[in-house]
Ligand binder design. Structure first.
Ligand code: FE2
Length: 666
């Protein structure tokens, strides 16, 4: 007889303990063990327990293990969360089997040894069989669903609780999320605000809402939201830094003339356009859409154009605003020299349009929904033992569940967005479909995106500075990983699983549109490196950039109103403080919006920062060293960003790697 020393690591997380009997079978190139009971009455969370499995002869090289957990007699069935199993063979070889998922049923589950294998590395029929079985199960568990025409496909599920256990929130995450949502609503109810459909009578009253939830930055926004330089600053370093672009020629539908705008130092608009000092935000995606009706009242949503000038002191300043796309007499071009409330009202309409464009395009579509496509394709097409699965699976954590919840509680029929936002209801899918058709591969890769927007040299653009650095560090890490596993382009082309993975993304994420520039197949190692970097960046850093500042900039409602309830002025000189207050959303709509952005800006206590890998999917030495080097580089960047921030009036923290979550999880 020979003995195998089997060490089982159970995850240290709530509810990971099991009282059900667990059995293991070891499978090697020369045979398999009996199905053997791991002799424990209870396997506690966090436990590391060693057992012996005896066999008549050596099993050769271990290929996989089979685990099952059966309900025993009167004991309740419960879920178990093993992290990994380590096995010491009679030959003193150590094999590690990463697991990191819930086992809640009575089925037999197979787990492969930790060394990453591509499909053509499988030399044993049992390995091939396990691979095929795993993928056919995953194809059933992770189907595609069409949420609406023209949008990326989503996971097929009947709500968050029907998702497979392995992709659901942890107990910690689920309870904290529910608690945060419940306390926010309870607090608002206590204040009698959730049913109050009256207009605000002063800006000071808004301050009383969520007073104890202010962040230092939301406080700052409240003090400075009316100022022109702060208005412009947000387009560089607020939660929506991806819209603004340099403007060399004015759009034909935005007829601003030299004599309209004041440019200091004797220059004029034409000269400044030539010098590259003019920037534009164009909300054309919102043109011609029917705004929502909220609580029986028609709302208003504009599709503005905003022109900015970079002054010699490097400050960006708004110089002209047109609220609708088609120039007309009743669509005046507002200017900073107009009356205080004309100019402020124009800026409020822009900020409200920005709420929609930011939330639906930059945030929901370009991070949440794309990250979901990347996650579903990964889970369907690559087995756990595949190197790209190991690399990308940390960037899928909680994404499917948060998106199911968003479809239910934000944009579903009774969702907050549907009920309260100007763009809620049928416009949501129209805006998303328009935005989807404008997505290009280049716009998802920050170097190209910055170049295409001609934003390389605009000063004080910290989203760009930090984002490019993260991309570079990430790219180097991904390059190291991919080049370790793929030595030639031929190997990429021969990896049929990799080809199915990208084909599924092209078809279901980018709707088979070749003009998106998304690859339809991988032919070179460098193509895979770039694509995997984009997936990691989109699912982590880009999401952090557009997610984490939601409350900072949206907590003070007048800076980012989710809807407006009066039409915009059609001529100058008709606005006042009273018309502004009547234009802003009513009390209960305001507080619902504030509660949502507060909830979506909270960090969960099981937050995993960028570059942290609490689950050891890689067991080989070089990939593990690359992970350590990657984390060290991110730590260094974090220090640099922190030092830079000490010199800034408004610190830019959203892309500090310590604040970037590894996946779209909120
Ligand atoms: Fe988010």
């Amino acid at each position: 007889m020979v003995d195998y020393e089997v060490t089982v690591y159970t995850g240290n997380r709530v509810h990971a303990t099991t009282v059900n009997p667990v059995h293991i079978k070891l499978v090697g190139t020369d045979g398999e063990s009996d199905r053997t009971w791991l002799r424990s009455l209870v396997i506690f969370r966090g436990a590391v327990t060693t057992y012996t499995v005896s066999c008549p002869n050596s099993l050769g090289r271990l290929l996989l293990i089979e685990l099952d957990k059966r309900q025993f007699f009167i004991l309740p069935g419960d879920a178990w969360f093993p992290d990994k199993v380590e096995i010491k063979s009679p030959e003193n070889d150590i094999y590690t089997f990463p697991i990191y998922c819930w086992i809640s049923d009575s089925e037999t589950h197979r787990f492969r040894e930790g060394k990453a294998l591509r499909i053509f590395d499988e030399s044993h029929p049992l390995g091939q069989y396990a691979r095929e079985q795993e993928l056919s199960r995953r194809n059933v568990d992770y189907g595609w669903d069409l949420y609406a025409q023209g949008l990326p496909y989503s996971i097929k599920a009947d709500g968050p609780m029907t998702l497979p256990d392995e992709v659901q929130f942890s107990f910690t995450k689920a309870t904290e999320f529910a608690f945060t949502a419940a306390t926010a609503v309870a607090e608002l109810q206590l204040k009698g605000l959730t049913d109050n459909q009256e207009n605000w009578t002063s800006l000071d009253d808004i301050n009383d809402v969520f007073r104890n939830k202010d962040t230092p930055l939301s406080d700052y926004v409240q003090q400075h939201w009316k100022e022109d330089d702060f208005f412009a600053y947000q387009y560089l370093n607020g939660p929506h830094p991806t819209l603004i672009r340099r403007c060399k020629t004015l759009p034909g539908n935005f007829p601003v003339t030299d004599d309209m705008v004041f440019i200091p130092n004797g220059s004029n608009l034409s000269n400044e356009l030539k010098r590259g000092n003019i920037y534009l935000c164009d909300y054309k995606h919102l043109d011609g859409l029917q705004a929502n009706t909220v609580q029986g009242i028609q709302q208003y949503m504009m599709a503005p154009l905003v022109l900015f000038h970079k002054r010699p002191d490097d400050k960006l300043m708004p110089i002209a605003i047109q609220l609708k796309q088609t120039p007309a007499e009743d669509n005046p071009i507002f200017l900073p020299t107009d009356s205080t409330y004309d100019w402020l009202t124009a800026k409020i309409f822009v900020r409200s349009a920005d709420f929609t464009e930011h939330q639906l395009n930059a945030h929901l579509l370009r991070t949440h929904l794309l990250a979901e496509v990347f996650a579903v394709s990964l889970l369907r097409n690559l087995p756990m033992v595949h190197p790209l699965y190991k690399l990308l699976v940390p960037h899928t954590r909680y994404t499917l569940q948060i998106n199911e919840q968003a479809r239910d509680t934000l944009i579903g029929p009774k969702g907050s967005f549907t009920l309260f936002a100007a763009s809620g209801g049928e416009s949501v899918t129209k805006i998303l479909a328009r935005s989807q058709s404008s997505i290009t591969y280049r716009s998802l890769c920050i170097h190209e995106d910055i170049a295409d927007r001609d934003m390389q040299d605009v000063p004080n653009f910290y989203y760009r500075d930090d984002g490019l650095q993260i991309w570079n560090i990430m790219f180097k890490f991904v390059q190291g990983m991919i080049q370790y596993y793929y030595k030639s382009d031929d190997e990429i082309q021969r990896d049929s699983e990799l080809q199915t993975y990208i084909g599924d993304i092209f078809e279901h994420g980018f709707l088979s549109q070749p003009q998106s520039g998304i690859p339809q197949s991988f032919t070179t190692v460098s193509e895979l490196i770039k694509f995997a970097t984009m997936v990691m960046f989109t699912s982590s850093s880009q999401h952090a950039a557009v997610n984490n500042g939601q409350f900072d900039y949206g907590g003070w409602m007048p800076n980012t109103p989710l809807t407006l309830q009066r039409p915009p002025p059609t001529k100058k000189g008709t606005t006042s403080e009273a018309t502004m207050l009547q234009t802003l959303p009513v009390i209960n709509v305001t507080v619902q919006g504030m509660a949502v952005v507060w909830l979506l800006s909270r960090q969960s206590s099981d937050f995993v920062p960028l570059g942290h890998y609490p689950e050891d999917h890689f067991t080989e030495e070089i990939p593990r060293q690359l992970q350590k080097d990657y984390k060290a580089e991110l730590d260094k960047l974090s220090t640099t960003i922190n030092n830079r921030n000490k010199t800034l009036e408004i610190p830019y923290t959203y892309l500090d790697p310590k604040n970037v979550e590894n996946s779209v999880a909120i």
